[in-house]
Structure formats: structure tokens, C-alpha cells
Design a protein around this ligand. Structure first.
Ligand code: NSP
Length: 229
């Protein structure tokens, strides 16, 4: 068993929780509360901005030109391609994409970004790969699960979203990231391996929390107080 196969197995509990989350299942059923979608796109626009910056920060730790190419290509993918699933959500709620940009981060999104930033700034390249990997991996499997369960046709409101993440390009990115982590994890100490495992698990947990954050429209306590006044 490879190291990332082991990570997948050890975190299957969280993956299963993600697949059955009401927001995720709602994408499959074609029925998600519009407020939750708006909350998601606002936070995810900022999350993906941060994700690109983390790739850029990680480039400083590149060991070869091939590593540099990898980080560069991933920034291009997020910048040019990952806008499509956001557009699908915006079309569903009938809101312009531009209207959902430049929002402040809800607590969970803030936490997730700072978790990845922490590893990008203080960790090894293996730790960074581990903190970043649940992002493409959970979405790839969500897409595949929803495709298998709901068999959406082009008339499904989230056909574009589901087929985008179930696509072979997301699979290729996930496999490349896994391969890189498997290589890097080969000769590390037990202490470093533990750090890598913790970085991966925390990102899986935060993936689940991100869906929950969007579903319940999570805000900071002071924002809740302000809306009661
Ligand atoms: C929070 C989150 N995680 C993962 C993905 C898929 N790249 C995303 N768009 N947003």
C-alpha cells in the first residue's frame, strides 16, 4: 500500500461524512438552499485566491524545475478553470459572479486558509502537499460519487459542477499530487510522518467543515449580534 493509499484509508470516516453532507447530497439531488450556495461561492472565491497564493509560496521550496512547473500549472488551473463550477452555482441562484467576490471570510474558511498557510510557511514540501491534497481529492471523489449515484444529464442544474470535478483533469492533478507526496514521504522520520498525517487529516476535517459552514451560513458571533440589532 502506498503512503497516500494509507492516508485515504485512515481518513475514510471523514470522506464518507463529506459524501453524505446535506450540501453535497443536495448538489446530487439538484436542490441546495440558495443562501447556502451564495455563502459557499463568496467564501470559496477567497479560499481559491488563498490557495493560489499558497502554491506561489510553496514554489520557494521547489527542489527542481519540474516542481516549479507543477506549482505554476496548478495556479493556472485554479485561475482559469475553477471559475466554471462557480459560474454554475451563480447561474443557479441568478446572481452575477462579480457580486459574490471580495467578501470577508467566515470562521471555518479563515481557519482552513490559515492551516494551509501555516504549513506553507513553516513546513516541509511534504507537509504542504499533505495539507493541499484533500482539496482536489475530496472534490474528485464527490464528483465521482454524485455521477455514479445520480447519473445527471445536461438538464440537471449542477451538471457542469459535477462533471467538472469528476473529470480526468481533476483526477490527473490529484494523482500527481499523491505521487509527489508518496515520493517525499519515502525517507522521512516518524516525527515528520506524523506531522504529514496530521496536516492531511486536518484538511479533510476542514473540507467537511467548509460544506457545513456554507450550509448553515456560518458567520462570526459579532456579525450575528449586529444582525439582531
Ligand atoms: C474548500 C474547497 N476545497 C476544494 C475545492 C476544489 N478545488 C474547492 N473549490 N474549495
Amino acid at each position: 500500500m502506498t503512503f497516500t493509499e494509507q492516508l485515504r484509508q485512515e481518513n475514510d470516516d471523514v470522506f464518507q461524512k463529506i459524501f453524505t453532507h446535506p450540501f453535497v447530497d443536495g448538489i446530487g439531488r439538484g436542490d441546495v438552499p440558495k443562501d447556502s450556495i451564495i455563502h459557499y461561492v463568496k467564501a470559496d472565491f477567497e479560499y481559491l485566491n488563498a490557495f493560489m497564493k499558497i502554491y506561489a509560496l510553496s514554489m520557494v521550496k521547489a527542489k527542481s524545475r519540474d516542481d516549479i512547473r507543477f506549482f505554476f500549472d496548478q495556479i493556472g488551473f485554479v485561475l482559469n478553470d475553477e471559475v466554471h463550477p462557480h459560474h454554475n452555482f451563480c447561474d443557479y441562484v441568478g446572481v452575477e459572479y462579480e457580486a459574490l467576490q471580495s467578501s470577508s471570510l467566515p470562521p471555518t474558511a479563515d481557519h482552513y486558509i490559515k492551516h494551509m498557510m501555516h504549513h506553507a510557511q513553516t513546513g516541509t514540501i511534504a507537509e504542504i502537499y499533505a495539507a493541499l491534497l484533500p482539496c482536489p481529492w475530496t472534490y474528485l471523489e464527490i464528483g465521482q460519487e454524485l455521477l455514479k449515484t445520480y447519473k445527471p444529464t445536461k438538464s440537471h442544474p449542477f451538471y457542469e459542477w459535477i462533471t467538472f470535478y469528476a473529470d480526468e483533469e481533476v483526477e490527473r492533478i490529484t494523482l500527481e499530487l499523491r505521487h509527489r507526496l508518496d515520493q517525499e514521504a519515502q525517507d522521512v522520520s516518524q516525527e515528520q510522518k506524523q506531522l504529514i498525517k496530521e496536516a492531511f487529516r486536518k484538511s479533510c476535517e476542514l473540507e467537511w467543515k467548509f460544506w457545513e459552514m456554507a450550509y448553515i451560513c456560518e458567520t462570526w458571533p459579532s456579525e450575528q449580534e449586529a444582525s439582531r440589532i
